[in-house]
Design a protein around this ligand. Structure first.
Ligand SMILES: NC(=O)C1=CN([C@@H]2O[C@H](COP(=O)(O)OP(=O)(O)OC[C@H]3O[C@@H](n4cnc5c(N)ncnc54)[C@H](O)[C@@H]3O)[C@@H](O)[C@H]2O)C=CC1
Ligand SMILES: O=C(O)C(=O)Cc1ccc(O)cc1
Length: 296
Protein backbone atom coordinates (compact mmCIF):
# COMPACT_ATOMS: atom_id res chain seq x y z
CA UNK A 1 0.00 0.00 0.00
CA UNK A 2 1.05 3.61 -0.44
CA UNK A 3 2.47 4.93 2.80
CA UNK A 4 0.07 7.36 4.45
CA UNK A 5 1.60 10.50 5.89
CA UNK A 6 -0.66 10.80 8.92
CA UNK A 7 -3.26 8.57 10.51
CA UNK A 8 -5.40 9.85 13.38
CA UNK A 9 -6.69 7.33 15.91
CA UNK A 10 -9.59 8.59 18.02
CA UNK A 11 -10.04 6.28 21.02
CA UNK A 12 -6.62 4.77 21.69
CA UNK A 13 -7.74 1.59 23.48
CA UNK A 14 -7.57 -2.10 22.60
CA UNK A 15 -8.77 -1.72 19.02
CA UNK A 16 -7.36 1.71 18.16
CA UNK A 17 -4.03 0.82 19.75
CA UNK A 18 -3.83 -2.52 17.93
CA UNK A 19 -4.67 -0.87 14.60
CA UNK A 20 -1.98 1.76 15.17
CA UNK A 21 0.66 -0.85 16.08
CA UNK A 22 -0.22 -3.09 13.14
CA UNK A 23 -0.41 -0.35 10.51
CA UNK A 24 2.91 1.04 11.63
CA UNK A 25 4.57 -2.37 11.47
CA UNK A 26 3.12 -2.92 8.00
CA UNK A 27 4.89 0.27 6.91
CA UNK A 28 1.55 1.85 6.05
CA UNK A 29 1.99 5.12 7.91
CA UNK A 30 4.64 7.67 8.82
CA UNK A 31 2.98 9.45 11.77
CA UNK A 32 0.16 8.40 14.09
CA UNK A 33 -1.70 11.05 16.06
CA UNK A 34 -3.94 9.91 18.92
CA UNK A 35 -6.91 11.53 20.61
CA UNK A 36 -8.79 10.19 23.61
CA UNK A 37 -11.15 11.57 26.23
CA UNK A 38 -8.89 9.94 28.85
CA UNK A 39 -5.67 11.98 29.08
CA UNK A 40 -3.92 9.25 31.08
CA UNK A 41 -4.67 6.66 28.38
CA UNK A 42 -3.19 8.99 25.81
CA UNK A 43 -0.04 9.40 27.88
CA UNK A 44 0.31 5.64 28.21
CA UNK A 45 -0.21 5.25 24.45
CA UNK A 46 2.62 7.70 23.80
CA UNK A 47 4.90 6.02 26.36
CA UNK A 48 4.22 2.61 24.78
CA UNK A 49 5.07 3.99 21.32
CA UNK A 50 1.59 3.23 20.03
CA UNK A 51 1.11 6.83 18.88
CA UNK A 52 3.68 9.47 17.96
CA UNK A 53 1.82 12.51 19.21
CA UNK A 54 -1.19 13.18 21.39
CA UNK A 55 -3.80 15.69 20.21
CA UNK A 56 -6.04 17.80 22.41
CA UNK A 57 -9.21 16.73 20.62
CA UNK A 58 -10.55 14.49 17.87
CA UNK A 59 -10.78 17.53 15.58
CA UNK A 60 -7.13 18.45 16.24
CA UNK A 61 -6.03 14.88 15.52
CA UNK A 62 -8.08 14.74 12.31
CA UNK A 63 -6.80 18.01 10.87
CA UNK A 64 -4.42 17.16 8.04
CA UNK A 65 -4.74 13.37 8.51
CA UNK A 66 -5.08 11.09 5.46
CA UNK A 67 -7.11 8.57 7.46
CA UNK A 68 -9.09 8.92 10.68
CA UNK A 69 -9.76 5.67 12.56
CA UNK A 70 -12.51 5.96 15.17
CA UNK A 71 -12.45 3.32 17.90
CA UNK A 72 -14.64 4.61 20.72
CA UNK A 73 -17.77 2.95 22.18
CA UNK A 74 -20.53 2.96 19.55
CA UNK A 75 -22.76 5.58 21.16
CA UNK A 76 -19.79 7.98 21.23
CA UNK A 77 -19.15 7.66 17.50
CA UNK A 78 -21.68 10.27 16.22
CA UNK A 79 -20.20 13.14 18.26
CA UNK A 80 -16.70 12.21 17.17
CA UNK A 81 -17.85 12.02 13.53
CA UNK A 82 -19.41 15.45 13.83
CA UNK A 83 -16.19 17.00 15.14
CA UNK A 84 -13.97 15.13 12.70
CA UNK A 85 -16.14 15.96 9.66
CA UNK A 86 -15.66 19.67 10.31
CA UNK A 87 -11.88 19.31 10.55
CA UNK A 88 -10.82 16.92 7.77
CA UNK A 89 -9.44 17.65 4.33
CA UNK A 90 -11.91 16.83 1.51
CA UNK A 91 -9.79 13.88 0.37
CA UNK A 92 -9.33 12.33 3.81
CA UNK A 93 -11.05 9.06 4.69
CA UNK A 94 -12.78 8.26 7.96
CA UNK A 95 -13.51 4.75 9.13
CA UNK A 96 -14.63 3.21 12.39
CA UNK A 97 -14.40 -0.05 14.31
CA UNK A 98 -17.82 -0.02 15.97
CA UNK A 99 -19.49 -3.36 16.70
CA UNK A 100 -22.86 -2.12 15.40
CA UNK A 101 -23.43 -0.48 12.07
CA UNK A 102 -26.99 0.58 11.19
CA UNK A 103 -27.38 3.23 13.86
CA UNK A 104 -23.79 4.41 13.37
CA UNK A 105 -24.48 4.91 9.65
CA UNK A 106 -27.81 6.65 10.27
CA UNK A 107 -26.21 9.09 12.70
CA UNK A 108 -23.12 9.52 10.49
CA UNK A 109 -25.32 10.73 7.64
CA UNK A 110 -26.85 13.36 9.97
CA UNK A 111 -23.62 14.44 11.59
CA UNK A 112 -21.30 14.48 8.59
CA UNK A 113 -23.57 16.01 5.93
CA UNK A 114 -21.52 16.63 2.74
CA UNK A 115 -18.55 14.71 4.17
CA UNK A 116 -20.61 11.50 4.58
CA UNK A 117 -19.25 9.92 1.32
CA UNK A 118 -15.79 9.92 2.93
CA UNK A 119 -16.98 7.64 5.77
CA UNK A 120 -16.41 3.90 5.44
CA UNK A 121 -18.28 2.07 8.21
CA UNK A 122 -16.23 -0.89 9.45
CA UNK A 123 -16.01 -3.58 12.08
CA UNK A 124 -13.01 -5.82 12.76
CA UNK A 125 -14.09 -9.23 14.01
CA UNK A 126 -11.22 -9.58 16.42
CA UNK A 127 -10.83 -8.54 19.96
CA UNK A 128 -10.84 -9.77 23.47
CA UNK A 129 -12.41 -9.12 26.84
CA UNK A 130 -9.69 -6.78 28.10
CA UNK A 131 -9.83 -3.07 27.27
CA UNK A 132 -7.37 -0.23 27.06
CA UNK A 133 -4.16 0.49 25.19
CA UNK A 134 -2.15 -1.86 27.44
CA UNK A 135 -4.08 -4.74 25.88
CA UNK A 136 -3.31 -3.66 22.32
CA UNK A 137 -1.27 -6.14 20.26
CA UNK A 138 0.32 -5.88 16.84
CA UNK A 139 -1.07 -9.26 15.72
CA UNK A 140 -4.71 -8.77 16.78
CA UNK A 141 -6.10 -8.51 13.25
CA UNK A 142 -3.90 -11.08 11.50
CA UNK A 143 -6.19 -13.62 9.86
CA UNK A 144 -9.29 -11.89 11.23
CA UNK A 145 -12.25 -10.84 9.16
CA UNK A 146 -13.28 -7.22 8.86
CA UNK A 147 -16.75 -6.25 7.70
CA UNK A 148 -17.17 -2.99 5.78
CA UNK A 149 -20.71 -1.70 5.21
CA UNK A 150 -20.43 1.12 2.64
CA UNK A 151 -23.61 2.86 1.42
CA UNK A 152 -24.56 3.98 -2.09
CA UNK A 153 -23.10 7.40 -1.39
CA UNK A 154 -19.75 6.11 -0.07
CA UNK A 155 -16.85 7.07 -2.35
CA UNK A 156 -15.19 4.06 -3.99
CA UNK A 157 -11.67 5.39 -3.33
CA UNK A 158 -12.52 5.70 0.38
CA UNK A 159 -13.63 2.04 0.51
CA UNK A 160 -10.43 1.07 -1.33
CA UNK A 161 -8.25 2.84 1.22
CA UNK A 162 -10.01 1.24 4.20
CA UNK A 163 -9.73 -2.17 2.54
CA UNK A 164 -6.04 -1.65 1.74
CA UNK A 165 -5.24 -0.73 5.35
CA UNK A 166 -7.05 -3.76 6.74
CA UNK A 167 -5.36 -6.06 4.26
CA UNK A 168 -1.99 -4.53 5.13
CA UNK A 169 -2.48 -5.62 8.75
CA UNK A 170 -3.38 -9.15 7.69
CA UNK A 171 -7.19 -9.02 7.80
CA UNK A 172 -9.67 -10.35 5.24
CA UNK A 173 -12.35 -7.88 4.21
CA UNK A 174 -16.02 -8.73 3.58
CA UNK A 175 -18.71 -6.29 2.42
CA UNK A 176 -22.31 -6.42 3.69
CA UNK A 177 -25.12 -3.98 4.29
CA UNK A 178 -25.33 -2.41 7.73
CA UNK A 179 -28.63 -4.23 8.35
CA UNK A 180 -27.17 -7.63 7.44
CA UNK A 181 -24.18 -6.90 9.62
CA UNK A 182 -26.29 -6.06 12.65
CA UNK A 183 -28.51 -9.12 12.27
CA UNK A 184 -25.51 -11.44 11.96
CA UNK A 185 -23.64 -10.00 14.93
CA UNK A 186 -26.75 -9.88 17.11
CA UNK A 187 -26.74 -13.68 16.88
CA UNK A 188 -23.07 -14.67 17.11
CA UNK A 189 -21.68 -11.87 19.24
CA UNK A 190 -24.18 -9.60 20.98
CA UNK A 191 -26.46 -12.40 22.24
CA UNK A 192 -23.63 -14.51 23.71
CA UNK A 193 -22.15 -11.49 25.47
CA UNK A 194 -25.54 -10.66 26.97
CA UNK A 195 -26.01 -14.26 28.12
CA UNK A 196 -22.61 -14.29 29.81
CA UNK A 197 -23.28 -10.99 31.60
CA UNK A 198 -26.75 -12.20 32.64
CA UNK A 199 -25.50 -15.50 34.05
CA UNK A 200 -22.76 -13.89 36.13
CA UNK A 201 -25.20 -11.16 37.19
CA UNK A 202 -27.68 -13.78 38.40
CA UNK A 203 -25.19 -15.95 40.29
CA UNK A 204 -23.29 -12.94 41.58
CA UNK A 205 -26.40 -11.43 43.12
CA UNK A 206 -27.02 -14.44 45.38
CA UNK A 207 -26.10 -14.44 49.07
CA UNK A 208 -23.84 -17.46 48.59
CA UNK A 209 -22.19 -16.09 45.40
CA UNK A 210 -18.62 -16.46 46.65
CA UNK A 211 -19.22 -20.04 47.69
CA UNK A 212 -20.74 -20.83 44.28
CA UNK A 213 -17.87 -19.18 42.39
CA UNK A 214 -15.33 -21.04 44.54
CA UNK A 215 -16.59 -24.31 43.02
CA UNK A 216 -16.77 -23.07 39.41
CA UNK A 217 -14.56 -24.92 36.93
CA UNK A 218 -13.28 -24.48 33.38
CA UNK A 219 -16.69 -24.64 31.76
CA UNK A 220 -17.89 -21.69 33.79
CA UNK A 221 -14.69 -19.83 33.02
CA UNK A 222 -15.07 -20.44 29.28
CA UNK A 223 -18.75 -19.55 29.20
CA UNK A 224 -18.29 -16.34 31.19
CA UNK A 225 -14.92 -15.06 29.89
CA UNK A 226 -16.69 -12.41 27.84
CA UNK A 227 -18.56 -11.12 30.91
CA UNK A 228 -15.15 -9.62 31.75
CA UNK A 229 -15.60 -7.22 28.78
CA UNK A 230 -16.12 -3.46 29.01
CA UNK A 231 -19.60 -2.67 30.43
CA UNK A 232 -19.69 0.70 28.66
CA UNK A 233 -18.91 -0.88 25.30
CA UNK A 234 -21.53 -3.63 25.71
CA UNK A 235 -24.20 -1.32 27.11
CA UNK A 236 -23.83 0.78 23.96
CA UNK A 237 -23.92 -2.24 21.65
CA UNK A 238 -27.02 -3.69 23.32
CA UNK A 239 -28.88 -0.38 23.09
CA UNK A 240 -27.81 0.40 19.53
CA UNK A 241 -28.69 -3.01 18.14
CA UNK A 242 -31.87 -3.22 20.19
CA UNK A 243 -34.29 -4.70 17.64
CA UNK A 244 -31.99 -7.39 16.28
CA UNK A 245 -30.83 -8.29 19.78
CA UNK A 246 -34.37 -8.53 21.13
CA UNK A 247 -35.30 -10.80 18.21
CA UNK A 248 -32.31 -13.04 18.99
CA UNK A 249 -33.20 -13.13 22.68
CA UNK A 250 -36.70 -14.25 21.81
CA UNK A 251 -35.42 -17.10 19.65
CA UNK A 252 -32.96 -18.11 22.34
CA UNK A 253 -35.70 -18.07 24.97
CA UNK A 254 -37.76 -20.31 22.68
CA UNK A 255 -34.92 -22.81 22.40
CA UNK A 256 -34.27 -22.66 26.11
CA UNK A 257 -37.95 -23.41 26.69
CA UNK A 258 -37.58 -26.55 24.54
CA UNK A 259 -34.59 -27.73 26.59
CA UNK A 260 -36.50 -26.90 29.76
CA UNK A 261 -39.51 -28.94 28.72
CA UNK A 262 -37.41 -31.96 27.79
CA UNK A 263 -35.73 -31.88 31.19
CA UNK A 264 -39.10 -31.44 32.87
CA UNK A 265 -40.52 -34.45 30.96
CA UNK A 266 -37.39 -36.50 31.49
CA UNK A 267 -37.05 -37.00 27.71
CA UNK A 268 -33.42 -38.16 27.58
CA UNK A 269 -33.31 -39.24 23.89
CA UNK A 270 -34.68 -35.91 22.63
CA UNK A 271 -32.37 -33.96 24.93
CA UNK A 272 -29.38 -35.98 23.75
CA UNK A 273 -30.37 -35.51 20.09
CA UNK A 274 -30.43 -31.71 20.47
CA UNK A 275 -27.10 -31.78 22.27
CA UNK A 276 -25.57 -34.02 19.56
CA UNK A 277 -26.79 -31.62 16.86
CA UNK A 278 -25.37 -28.65 18.75
CA UNK A 279 -22.02 -30.40 19.22
CA UNK A 280 -21.82 -31.26 15.50
CA UNK A 281 -22.66 -27.69 14.51
CA UNK A 282 -19.90 -26.44 16.79
CA UNK A 283 -17.38 -28.96 15.44
CA UNK A 284 -18.28 -27.99 11.88
CA UNK A 285 -17.83 -24.31 12.71
CA UNK A 286 -14.46 -24.92 14.36
CA UNK A 287 -13.17 -26.95 11.44
CA UNK A 288 -14.02 -24.08 9.12
CA UNK A 289 -16.72 -25.78 7.09
CA UNK A 290 -19.22 -23.02 7.89
CA UNK A 291 -17.15 -20.34 6.19
CA UNK A 292 -19.25 -18.54 3.63
CA UNK A 293 -17.50 -18.59 0.21
CA UNK A 294 -19.44 -15.53 -1.01
CA UNK A 295 -17.87 -13.26 1.55
CA UNK A 296 -14.24 -14.15 0.94
N1 LIG B 1 -13.14 -5.01 22.39
C1 LIG B 1 -13.32 -5.74 21.33
O1 LIG B 1 -13.07 -6.94 21.36
C2 LIG B 1 -13.84 -5.11 20.07
C3 LIG B 1 -14.35 -3.82 20.07
N2 LIG B 1 -14.84 -3.26 18.92
C4 LIG B 1 -15.37 -1.90 18.92
O2 LIG B 1 -14.26 -1.02 18.92
C5 LIG B 1 -14.55 0.16 19.66
C6 LIG B 1 -13.48 0.35 20.73
O3 LIG B 1 -13.45 -0.76 21.60
P1 LIG B 1 -12.17 -1.09 22.50
O4 LIG B 1 -10.93 -0.66 21.83
O5 LIG B 1 -12.32 -2.50 22.93
O6 LIG B 1 -12.46 -0.15 23.76
P2 LIG B 1 -11.40 0.45 24.80
O7 LIG B 1 -12.19 0.76 26.02
O8 LIG B 1 -10.20 -0.41 24.92
O9 LIG B 1 -10.97 1.81 24.08
C7 LIG B 1 -11.86 2.85 23.82
C8 LIG B 1 -11.13 4.17 24.02
O10 LIG B 1 -12.00 5.22 23.58
C9 LIG B 1 -11.88 6.31 24.49
N3 LIG B 1 -13.09 7.13 24.33
C10 LIG B 1 -14.34 6.86 24.72
N4 LIG B 1 -15.18 7.83 24.35
C11 LIG B 1 -14.44 8.76 23.71
C12 LIG B 1 -14.74 9.99 23.07
N5 LIG B 1 -15.99 10.47 23.03
N6 LIG B 1 -13.71 10.67 22.51
C13 LIG B 1 -12.44 10.21 22.54
N7 LIG B 1 -12.10 9.03 23.12
C14 LIG B 1 -13.09 8.33 23.69
C15 LIG B 1 -11.72 5.64 25.84
O11 LIG B 1 -11.14 6.53 26.79
C16 LIG B 1 -10.81 4.47 25.50
O12 LIG B 1 -9.44 4.80 25.62
C17 LIG B 1 -15.96 -0.01 20.18
O13 LIG B 1 -16.85 0.66 19.32
C18 LIG B 1 -16.20 -1.50 20.12
O14 LIG B 1 -17.58 -1.80 19.95
C19 LIG B 1 -14.80 -3.93 17.72
C20 LIG B 1 -14.28 -5.19 17.66
C21 LIG B 1 -13.78 -5.88 18.83
O1 LIG C 1 -13.72 -11.44 23.38
C1 LIG C 1 -14.10 -12.04 22.38
O2 LIG C 1 -13.88 -13.21 22.16
C2 LIG C 1 -14.88 -11.32 21.35
O3 LIG C 1 -15.89 -11.77 20.91
C3 LIG C 1 -14.25 -10.06 20.87
C4 LIG C 1 -15.14 -9.18 20.06
C5 LIG C 1 -15.95 -8.28 20.72
C6 LIG C 1 -16.73 -7.40 20.00
C7 LIG C 1 -16.71 -7.43 18.63
O4 LIG C 1 -17.48 -6.57 17.95
C8 LIG C 1 -15.91 -8.32 17.95
C9 LIG C 1 -15.11 -9.21 18.67
Amino acid sequence: MRRLKTVAVVGVGLIGGSFALALRRAGGVATIVGADRDAAALERATALGVIDTAAESAADAARGADLVFISVPVRQIPTVLHDVALAIDPTAVITDAGSTKEEVVRRAREEMRDRFPRFVPGHPIAGRETSGVESATVELFRGARVVLTPCEETDADAVDLARTCWEAVGARVALTTARQHDEIFASVSHLPHLLAFALVSELGSRDNASELFSFAAGGFRDFTRIAGSSPEMWRDIALQNRDALLAELERYEGRLAVFRELIDKGDGPALERLMREARSARHAWLSGSKRSPSSE
